[in-house]
Design a protein around this ligand. Structure first.
Ligand code: MRU
Length: 353
């Protein structure tokens, strides 16, 4: 039996070539899907964070173009390839930090170029096939991450901490860090998943809490500022977080607040793990200092769900931060766990190319 749960952020129908994404801005109050008809819609739903999470962003970008291509005609295969490349370049600009999008765009361009001698219809077909495989592969990848992650923990009634949303909503299904938590629960090891609310966008409160409740996984919501007190007063088995980009040396960009959580975990002697597919590893980025960090709108901080909570004061609103690899005890991928050897992560060991 597949471990995949029913909550789906992305609904893609290969026969009718239709794409719908769950509007995550409305969760947990309303489950409403938004139609994505072309790459312009794809760009918009990513930019507005109607869909978010590194793997989900990559897939929606690629699928949005698959849907658009189904209704288009081209005079030549060259014209078709050119069009695909230009739309992918546009989609790539939607959000800068997660490398999964760049990785998917690169693979999609290769498919379009390799099919360039065929007819335009063949290129479109090849593109759609690739997009569908990517979607199916993501769920299997996450299930493998979950299995590898669970082996890092021994015992039962274990309490783990996580930040942001890395579950079914952030991926094609199951999730990365939340996938590890799902596996711990399925393996009878989990006592409690502590979810940080994740200011300012509240992915923890709105989305992770929603997934935990929906799946009957024991969970408790805390504010980001409670993590240190939690680790001081309770026996925490580990922290598991996702990643938007893992640099070649293991430095990891993830949701703002992750670095602070890693520092607090180190101070309290709590293990700190990153769970991410190999598509989140960027071997071309040497260290975390080279990872572009997205800055988001000031009002995301001055408002909560559209209600003003602060005057028109200056705001600093980086969406992500970088956790030094020296604070990380292991990076869990679908191909196994990378552990530091003499303090150094060899991320190449789990990457095929
Ligand atoms: O800004 P978001 O909500 O897209 O940020 C998401 C995160 O930081 C996740 O932890 C990361 O993308 C991993 S999702 C499997």
């Amino acid at each position: 039996m597949s471990m995949t749960n029913v909550l789906r952020s992305i609904l893609y129908d290969g026969n009718s070539r239709s794409l719908k994404v769950l509007n995550q801005l409305l969760l947990p109050h309303k489950e409403e899907y938004v139609d994505v008809k072309d790459s312009n819609d794809g760009y918009d739903v990513i930019k507005k964070m109607i869909v978010r999470g590194a793997p989900a962003i990559a897939m929606v970008a690629i699928l949005s173009l698959a849907v658009e291509l189904a209704d288009k005609s081209f005079d030549s295969p060259e014209e078709c390839t050119k069009y695909i490349e230009s739309r992918l370049d546009y989609l790539y600009k939607s959000r800068p930090t997660a490398v999964n999008l760049g990785d998917a765009v690169k693979k999609a361009k290769e498919v379009a170029r390799n099919a360039a001698l065929d007819s335009a219809a063949d290129i479109v077909l090849e593109y759609a096939k690739m997009a569908e495989i990517m979607l199916e592969e993501d769920i299997r990848t996450n299930e493998r991450i979950g299995k590898h992650g669970s082996t890092l923990f021994e015992g039962k009634d274990l309490e783990v901490v996580t930040i942001c949303n890395t579950g079914s909503l952030a991926t094609a299904g199951y999730g990365t860090a939340l996938g590890v938590i799902r596996s711990l629960h399925a393996d009878g090891k989990l006592g409690m998943a502590w979810a940080l609310e994740t200011r300012p966008y509240l992915q923890g409160a709105r989305l992770t809490a929603y997934e935990l409740v929906a799946d009957g996984i024991p969970g408790t919501l805390i504010t980001d500022s409670m993590a240190a007190a939690l680790m001081k007063t309770r026996k925490i088995a580990g922290v598991v977080v996702g990643a938007d980009r893992v640099a070649a040396n293991g430095d990891t960009a993830n949701k703002i607040g992750t670095y602070q959580l890693a520092v607090v975990a180190k101070y309290h002697g709590v293990k700190f793990y990153v769970a991410a597919p190999t598509t989140s590893i960027d071997l071309h980025t040497a260290t975390g200092a080279d990872i572009p960090i997205e800055t988001r709108a000031d009002d995301e901080l001055r408002e909560v769900q559209g209600v003003s909570i602060a005057p028109e004061i200056n705001v600093w609103n980086p969406a992500f931060d970088v956790t030094d690899s020296s604070l990380i005890d292991g990076i869990i991928t679908e191909n196994g766990v990378v552990l530091p050897q003499n303090g150094v992560f060899d991320m190449r060991s789990v990457c095929s190319s």
